[in-house]
Ligand binder design. Sequence first.
Ligand code: NAD
Ligand code: UDP
Ligand code: UDP
Length: 343
Amino acid sequence: HTQDFFVSTKPAHGKVGRVPVGIGRRRMRIVVTGGAGFVGSHLVDKLIGRGDEVIVIDNFFTGRKENVVHLFGNPRFELIRHDVVEPVLLEVDQIYHLACPASPVHYKYNPVKTIKTNVMGTLNMLGLAKRVGARFLLTSTSEVYGDPLQHPQKETYWGNVNPIGERSCYDEGKRTAETLTMDYHRGANVEVRIARIFNTYGPRMCLDDGRVVSNFVAQAIRKQPMTVYGDGKQTRSFQYVSDLVDGLVALMEGEHIGPFNLGNPGEFTMLELAEVVKDTIDPSATIEYKPNTADDPHMRKPDISKAKELLNWEPKIPLREGLPLMVNDFRNRILNQDEGKGA
Ligand code: NAD
Ligand code: UDP
Ligand code: UDP
């Protein structure tokens, strides 16, 4: 009982009044935008688990209440249906800004909305951080490197992005979000952190979001062929979601602004990924070739030496260990979906 303090609701001198939680740490009030999404919901679980108060802001474009429903009723959890393109007034200590569709299928669906979310949404959250003196973390992306001409990618690489292509709403949106973040830091002294996240997978990914891991896993479970785009020789490096969440928290709590690559350096061609899915789910799974999409990066692999050195972070779960951890979740949801259709 003695440890069950509340954070005051009024800002004191631009900071939310903080009170102790346990020994040596203070309970904080933390906003997670996009907290009903895949990565956000796992992050929220970790923050709630360690005793903080969490406010999720989400417009449910790609997020789902199911991802956080287990937290309903917890007095330290709050869920607000809100679009970050519109301003919002809150009193908080930290802002994890994740709101933005991440699957290419989703972010290309309404590209102008994707840009608004990245630019106006990030501006609003930075304005909020400035007003209340909160620390702000941006979840940027490996897509800022575009179709990279350096391999693996270091944070010092400026990238090779097509500014007028179908992926630009996301790539350039995130690049602008990084610029805004640094300009609020330099111009208004906002405490900021920038993570460049590489392809991440795990439970709670949307079933039909078009990303390669969720596609292959769902296809193998449904006994459909796995759709390999192009020749399947393009590469990606796949990170399990709990590793990413650990990295995001280490970054937020650490002293360094970044940007930091957060990803697993294990690099796979799409054909190799299909083999791992086959070994994990169904040895009789087949593949089917489909035309690739425009501007698809040929290769991607993070250089994580900076995060290792300055954040003391590195991923722990290789693909062959992480994939089985999402299969049960996918099986259950596919089963429910099929039952819902009366199949
Ligand atoms: P996701 O689509 O599951 O989650 C995004 C969440 O943001 C969803 O809950 C969605 O409803 C919400 N959202 C979108 N637009 C919004 C708006 N205008 N206002 C309020 N909420 C909004 O995606 P994710 O994989 O969880 O990605 C989270 C973040 O991490 C994104 O910013 C993404 O760009 C970044 N990222 C993810 C990956 C990855 O592989 N998962 C890689 C690089 C970067
Ligand atoms: N903003 C917000 N919540 C706040 C403070 C600001 O949503 O608590 C928004 C604000 O509406 C503005 C943006 O953040 O659109 C940038 O705010 P800032 O104060 O930096 O700039 P200004 O309002 O002067 O344009
Ligand atoms: N891809 C694929 N089959 C699919 C979906 C994607 O071969 O069903 C390929 C896609 O062409 C890309 C890679 O997988 O080369 C990763 O795509 P994803 O959409 O997961 O993420 P990206 O890294 O492109 O943002």
